[in-house]
Write a protein of this length. Structure first.
Length: 101
């Protein structure tokens, strides 16, 4: 699972039947400085390109979410579904303690 900050929403004019009831979010994956800053870090600190994820948990703008990509993203659906990334968790607290070796 990876973490990212919600920075936008996608509006669809049509959707696959199995995707109804959810939304698509634009997220910015968290960078190392964002992990160190915690939940108060601005989304603009991300260095990765943004991506679109399917969300049926109800994430809000600027909220940190956990997401899965690839084959695991389609696992929750009963039928084959065209999803590359899915929201799996809404983050309430985050603790960052890097290993010092």
């Amino acid at each position: 699972m990876k973490l990212g900050t919600v920075i936008g929403r996608v509006t669809l004019s049509k959707a696959v039947e199995t995707l109804k009831g959810g939304t698509f979010l634009v997220i910015s994956p968290l960078s190392r400085p964002q992990y160190a800053a915690g939940l108060e870090a601005p989304a603009a600190m991300g260095t990765e390109p943004s991506l679109v994820i399917y969300d049926n948990l109800g994430a809000d703008m600027k909220q940190i979410v956990g997401y899965e990509e690839g084959r695991e993203a389609a696992q929750p659906f009963e039928q084959p579904t065209p999803v590359d990334a899915i929201n799996t968790v809404l983050v309430d607290e985050m603790f960052y303690r890097p290993w010092k070796g």
